[in-house]
Design a protein around this ligand. Sequence first.
Ligand SMILES: [Zn+2]
Length: 334
Amino acid sequence: MRRIALLTSTALVLAACGISPSTEQATRPAPAAPGVSALSVLTWQALRQGDSGRDVVTAQYLLRHAGYTLSVDGAFGAGTDSAVRSFQSSRGLTVDGIVGGNTWEKLIVTVRQGDNNNAVRAVQDQLRSGYGYTSVTVDGAFGSATDAAVRDFQSKRGLSADGVVGLNTWQSLVTGSSATGSTTTSGLAQQILNTSRITLGTSSSTVSGNPRQNMLDTAAGRAAVRGCNSDANCGLTVYLKRSMLDGMLRVAGSSNSFYVTSIAGGVHSQYSDHYAGLAFDIGIWNGVSLSSPNSAHTAARNACLAAGSDPSQTFNAYYDPPGGHSNHVHCAWN
Ligand SMILES: [Zn+2]
């Protein structure tokens, strides 16, 4: 259900790696969204108007804790939207009504035994209704039963079992997963979809699967649709490889943001790593367009190398044995 705020310009880079100029479609990448740097490190469930459920209850309790008057009913309606926007404005966040990582991390407050407030109610509600700790009462009073449940929850998720609900425990309660990540390709794909600093292109002009569709298919356990290079292989599928997905998350790391123009789709050389599910292309690096050679080309390639990409298969404007990489950076894993 996580939706990522995608760049909306119609002009996207269709990456062309090592192919003849006639088949290249070099267009200017969309400008990066404002505030794309300095985003949260952890992945969070993003919520917006129309959503409902346990995490909405949590957000509503936290908004009440922050001083807003709204019903805690698990339905993200106009009242919650208004409170979210007001909260975002007051904290210097992008005012979009979406409770994503940055907003979550401003909303949460550390709670521990002895506390008594609406943030504690949020924790208790998650523990009781979301994770089955029926010994916990949702009364706002962080007592011994809540403490025991928190410690058990933490130990089962590899978190420090200290009974203190801080950043990592809040994130784990809300997303239902460990911040240390998933081990399956579908889990990695979901993590990528949940990462606000990775923007996956949605251009309908991409030959066969666009990056976001490739990732949605992978998250659903399906193979990704491939592009082709003027041959009969258009529309074949490939399972995106774990090494590349893991690499993409590592490239994002704790602070990089980037725009992916191509994964398995697009026009590339016939035996390109893209068609093996091992490569992706970057069109914007930390807000800087890679449409022409610049220092961001070097920075993006270095980040891929640091994330384990194959040095001989990681191309940019300055390391470009196959040619065709003056307008994007191509990173491939083995
Ligand atoms: Zn490429």
